[in-house]
Ligand binder design. Structure first.
Ligand code: NDP
Length: 249
């Protein structure tokens, strides 16, 4: 078993912050060349410099996963510069915290368009290019345990993430013949810069008590599962939903 990703090309969406930012560094450290996509390109430039300074190779890509043309362009650029991406990490995601009766349609659409449709667009464009290049690959869809557990105030998010888990199963069956594996990664609460204040505050303390391991995760707690799904170590895994949540769900 090994998770050496030398010679592999990864494309990570939502790499400008949080988990995606960390994943790009982890994949680069494991030897992959990484295409890093998001809308805020200035953040990607500095991540690319950090990866280069550590001896890796990263290509920043301005990418809006809800826009098909943007997805196609990003893949075309990545393929020309680095080779056909054979590790595709669908990590871009947004959420809104609002009771369902107060949520307007535009907000619902934004969440579902990013978290579900965006992941579908990226997976399909990635798979199309892998099939054309006659190359196998691993698609990792970052869902959430909230795609398994019903949760108030985030209905659009829970619906989109549940959809992403079952989308992964369906694509896994369709693309197995092309040696393209599709799995969902379902993290529990992960502390990032955006939620740190909340999770380290009084509400967070209560939430943490409901986790059997009594703590929130760090992005680095996902490194093992990420490298497992990305590498040949998981060669007989496809269509699975890997839960990483300290025992919460
Ligand atoms: P962040 O908000 O820090 O990161 C989200 C990333 O998605 C950003 O890089 C953002 O970049 C990008 N993004 C958003 N919309 C788009 C878009 N339309 N096109 C391209 N990129 C986009 O969140 P996290 O790191 O916490 O979350 C990352 C993923 O992990 C999400 O899918 C989330 O649902 C999932 N997750 C997070 C958990 C947690 O506790 N943190 C738990 C379980 C799952 P930009 O704005 O520059 O485009």
């Amino acid at each position: 078993i090994h998770s050496d990703l030398s010679g592999r090309v990864a494309l990570v969406t939502g790499a400008s912050s949080g988990i995606g930012h960390h994943f790009a560094q982890t994949l680069a450290r494991a030897g992959a060349r990484v295409a890093i996509g998001a809308r805020r390109s200035e953040k990607l430039e500095s991540l690319a410099s950090e990866i280069a300074a550590a001896g890796g190779r990263a290509l920043p890509l301005r990418l809006d996963v809800t826009d098909r043309n943007s997805v196609v362009e990003a893949f075309a650029h990545a393929e020309t510069e680095l080779g056909t991406p054979d590790i595709i990490v669908n990590n871009a995601g947004v959420t809104i915290d609002r009771p369902s009766l107060e949520q307007d349609e535009e907000e619902w659409d934004r969440v579902v368009d990013t978290d579900l449709k965006g992941a579908w667009l990226v997976a399909c464009e990635g798979a199309r290019r892998l099939v054309a290049a006659e190359k196998g690959g691993s698609i990792i869809n970052v869902a959430s345990i909230l795609g398994i557990l019903g949760t108030p105030r985030v209905a659009a998010y829970t619906a989109a993430k549940a959809g992403l888990i079952n989308l992964s199963r369906s694509l896994a069956i369709e693309w197995a013949r092309h040696d393209i594996r599709v799995n969902a990664l379902c993290p529990g609460y992960i502390i990032t810069d955006l939620n740190r204040e909340f999770l380290e505050g009084p509400v967070g303390e209560k939430l943490a008590r409901r986790i059997p391991q009594r703590r929130f995760g760090q992005a680095s707690d996902l490194d093992g599962p990420l490298l497992l799904l990305a590498s040949d170590a998981s060669r007989w895994m496809t269509g699975s939903a890997l839960v990483v949540d300290g025992g919460q769900s």
